[in-house]
Ligand binder design. Sequence first.
Ligand code: URA
Length: 291
Amino acid sequence: MARAGKNGMNGKDGLGDKADSAPAVDGKYGAASPRSLKQRLESLADSGVQDLPRARTVARGRAPSALPQGRAVGQPGAALRPDATQPEPSGAQPPLGPQASPGDRMALLDILRHEVAACRRCEDLASARTNTVFGSGNPNARLCFLGEAPGADEDASGEPFVGRAGQLLTKIIEACTLTRDQVYILNVLKCRPPDNRRPEPAEVINCRGFFERQLAAIQPEFICCLGASAAQSLLETDETIGKLRGRWFTHGTAAVICTYHPSYLLRNPSAKKDVWDDMKVLMSCMGVTLS
Ligand code: URA
């Protein structure tokens, strides 16, 4: 095992004073110079990586066959569908089939993006927003990260996870040897709640049709819920994030794993180790080799 730093920290506060200058990830240790290797290890440590598993090959495969045995898996489909009592956002399309092309997914997401931009269901949020924050990444992604709601930086830019928490999420994704362009990142709410308060239940209900339809368009194999708010909204449960971690759930055909929100990690750096443990399980199930 290669160690990446005590408690996953970089020897300072572990919060990434290097967050603005994250080193380029070259992907292969073998080809890296000592300096870039050192930078790479520091970045990994910053995102909570404590150890690197030995390289090994895991067969790629769909989620169900890759899921760990003996873990709790939620009732497939049960209580995970959009609330039928809520009016659907206008212009709902039939779901895409599993063979949908990237172009089909992109087209559907574009339609949804326009609907989101025009939405005023939560009038308080709509009148205070600078931008709606739809989501970004690969419409054909195998893995979606689901966050809570935009903050100030995301409201200003219209992009999800671009502030400090977003920079940490980027490091976590890169520690998994992936890039933001390979995954898809979205939030439960598409508008910023005032003072970054938690989404209210009525706001989640109003936005459910959007995030459900985004996920239906992308059809990811895996969804990683970031924090209690995302996990509780997607899985429609009151269980704490501490109880939801370490178990598998399903949402449609996707396998769902829950971990701490990057904002929580900024306040509680010692929890980075737990997130890295969750990421190792997720990557193993995805067949992504961490070397
Ligand atoms: N926190 C979130 O949950 N989402 C963002 O886009 C940014 C911060």
